[in-house]
Design a protein. Structure first.
Lengths: 306, 332
């Protein structure tokens, strides 16, 4: 490439162009941040009063109900000021546990096999192509598949287990791709060094390569998990409930989850529901952001520079 | 990396905003909420007095079906839980049709329905040997609404509504509906074709020919409210509850079905044309079940208070008496 072609115009002109380009880039970033901030501000300003039980206590004391109810622990209600997110919160926690327990072995296992052991042939290329395609399948499709496979075929019913496994399928392709990238980032010298010292292939991979790739793999998994808990459509199609008056106590219990609850509240005609659904959104946002923060911490703590 | 830093920064920021919020703030809105709470709690306490929980019931009740009936069943379940905390109740929202798909094979015990069961679903239930009882629990008064800036279309006849909504209708201006109306373009809003509200409206208004399809459709009634109120020539239809909550922005069109102009509120006296019955279907397999029996008994007791509280119209006395005696025959 001939550099002189790029250096057209006077120096001043070029500097001006650079400034204009930078300004455009800054504007792009600002639009994204302002949109996000407006959304977050809107949700927090309408929802915080409902999230803090003090607000409710004041009202409730006026009408002398024995048990002041807390948003995070009480059941859903027809009254927006009494409605709590308890069972949905518990349902989401159950989903998270099941998704973690099933995604970690499956995702890491598949990634290690594909990256470290699988021969490079047509079959593996076909699998890789499928994984990339699966990552782009609309989430509703996974809901229908969960209904057919876990609810009906496996006989788990419309339980929190079926829901968790459905979400696992949803994020598995993303997690596998992210884990493979993490494994790929481990320099080949590590493998060769271990092999040169007489370790078997198995020892080289599980004692050297995988531990070095763990931060990247965990980050991918946590980000996948954040996506999973924000999903509504696959759960609704799989047959999750909308109102339950109990906390799920076994993996086979029926359940509802925070996004379903929020979706249901927003559809009500009474304007007070807006505060209540915003409070639900804040809780979901809080969960998501804390998980992203967790991914960040893990990454910073264990990341290695080669 | 930077993205992650940014999100964690957001987390901290959001926590700060929550923490700094003034929790003692009480606006005038909140006071009206308080008043509502007063009336509702007195209602609850009378319920508790009239039916003290003598024996504690334990068991499970599985309910699914219509999103229209959901608020009623949910509210009944909520009150029932206060009396019987050990009964597990779950209510899903799969739509009336989706509800029957689970009800007939025996996956649920009670099905919410915003229309009567269709032949196809009756056949499905017969295949699975599921017998059932249909119980009406309330009425939804479909409200035909216009923005409050519309001062001409206060009352429309069924024929005029048909003229506007029928398939292939060419009506595009209010003046084509009645010559006295101004020449304002008509802007139509309604529910999607999957909705029971759509089915009922078209059964009553457009009949066999069916509905035109060139209108703005949404499953979210709050979207329809915003659409109609934001357009001078707007016209839409949805359940009474969404009109009642938006009376400041919307007017309900009175409907004339040959007996004079009637507002949707006339449904309380049984005089409104677009009043549709809401049902629950109860499987015969659970009629011996003490928990389900107690729940349905309680449903009848609570419906006079709960149905209007969630924005629907209670049944007339004789309708309720009929439904109750049908249930008592079924369960005994």
């Amino acid at each position: 490439m001939n550099n002189s072609q790029l250096l057209k115009g006077s120096k001043k002109e070029r500097e001006l162009k650079e400034l204009a380009f930078l300004t455009i880039l800054y504007l792009c970033v600002t639009v994204a941040i302002v949109t996000l901030m407006t959304l977050i501000y809107d949700v927090i300003s309408t929802g915080y009063s409902r999230l803090l039980s003090d607000y409710e206590l004041g009202l409730i004391n006026k009408v002398t109900i024995d048990n002041p109810k807390d948003f995070l622990t009480s059941l859903d209600s027809r009254d927006p000021l009494k409605a709590g997110i308890g069972p949905a919160f518990a349902g989401t926690i159950w989903l998270m546990v099941i998704v973690i327990a099933s995604t970690f072995p499956l995702g890491a296992g598949a990634a290690i096999y594909l990256q470290e052991f699988a021969p490079r042939n047509k079959l593996t290329r076909f699998i890789e192509l499928n994984l990339t395609n699966l990552a782009g399948v609309p989430s509703v499709i996974y809901g229908l598949m969960g209904l057919a496979v876990f609810v009906r075929l496996a006989g788990f019913g419309r339980s929190v287990l079926s829901g968790g496994l459905t979400l696992t399928l949803l994020i598995l392709p993303v997690v596998i791709v992210a884990s493979r990238e993490a494994l790929k980032a481990v320099p080949d010298t590590i493998r060769q060094g271990a092999l040169a010292l007489g370790s078997t292939r198995f020892q080289a991979i599980f004692r050297q390569v995988v531990p070095s790739a763990i931060p990247g793999m965990v980050t991918g998994m946590v980000l996948g998990l954040s996506r999973a808990i924000g999903e509504t459509a696959p759960l609704i199609f799989m047959g999750a409930l909308t109102y339950v008056n109990y906390y799920p106590d076994t993996p086979l219990s029926g359940f509802t989850a925070i996004p379903i609850q929020v979706y249901n509240w927003i559809g009500y005609p009474q304007s007070e529901w807006k505060d209540t659904s915003s409070a639900g959104i804040i809780l979901l946002l809080g969960l998501l952001l804390s998980m992203n923060a967790l991914a960040l911490i893990i990454r910073n703590r264990f990341e290695k520079d080669w | 990396m930077t993205k992650l830093k940014f999100t964690s920064l957001l987390l901290i920021l959001s926590l700060l905003v929550v923490a700094c919020g003034d929790s003692n703030e009480t606006s005038s809105d909140d006071l009206t909420d308080g008043e509502e709470l007063v009336t509702q709690t007195t209602v609850e306490s009378t319920n508790e007095v009239s039916e003290p929980a003598v024996e504690t019931l334990t068991g499970e009740i599985l309910i699914d079906g219509s999103s229209t009936v959901f608020p009623i069943t949910q509210a009944v379940a909520e009150e029932f839980t206060i009396l019987n905390p050990d009964v597990k109740i779950s209510v899903g929202v799969s739509g009336t049709g989706g509800g029957f798909k689970k009800f007939c094979p025996g996956e649920t015990m009670i099905s919410n329905a915003s229309r009567a069961i269709k032949d196809k679903e009756v056949a499905l239930c017969e295949e699975n040997n599921t017998n059932y009882l249909e119980v009406q629990v309330g009425i939804d008064a479909l409200s035909v609404v216009i923005p409050s800036s519309n001062d001409w279309a206060t009352c429309l006849t069924v024929d005029e509504l048909n003229l506007i909504w029928v398939a292939d209708s060419s009506v595009s201006s209010w003046s084509e509906v009645r010559s006295a109306f101004p020449d304002v373009p008509i802007d139509l809003y309604g529910p999607g074709t999957d909705s029971g509200t759509f089915d009922f409206f078209n059964e009553e208004i457009t009949g066999e020919t069916g509905s035109r399809s060139d209108y703005t459709a949404s499953e979210d009634d709050n979207v329809l409210v915003n659409g109609v109120s934001g357009s001078q020539g707007g016209l839409g239809y949805f359940g009474l509850a969404y009109y009642e909550e938006n009376k400041d922005k919307l007017n309900a069109v009175q409907v004339d079905a040959g007996n004079g102009c009637q507002p949707p509120e006339a449904a309380f006296e049984g005089n409104y044309f677009l009043a549709r019955p809401l049902y629950v279907y109860i499987s015969e397999s659970v009629k011996e079940d003490q928990v389900v029996k107690a729940f349905i008994d309680f449903y009848f007791e609570a419906m006079d208070i709960i149905v209007p509280a969630v924005g629907y119209v209670p049944m007339l006395e004789d309708q309720k008496a009929n439904a109750l005696s049908a249930w008592q025959n079924f369960s005994s």
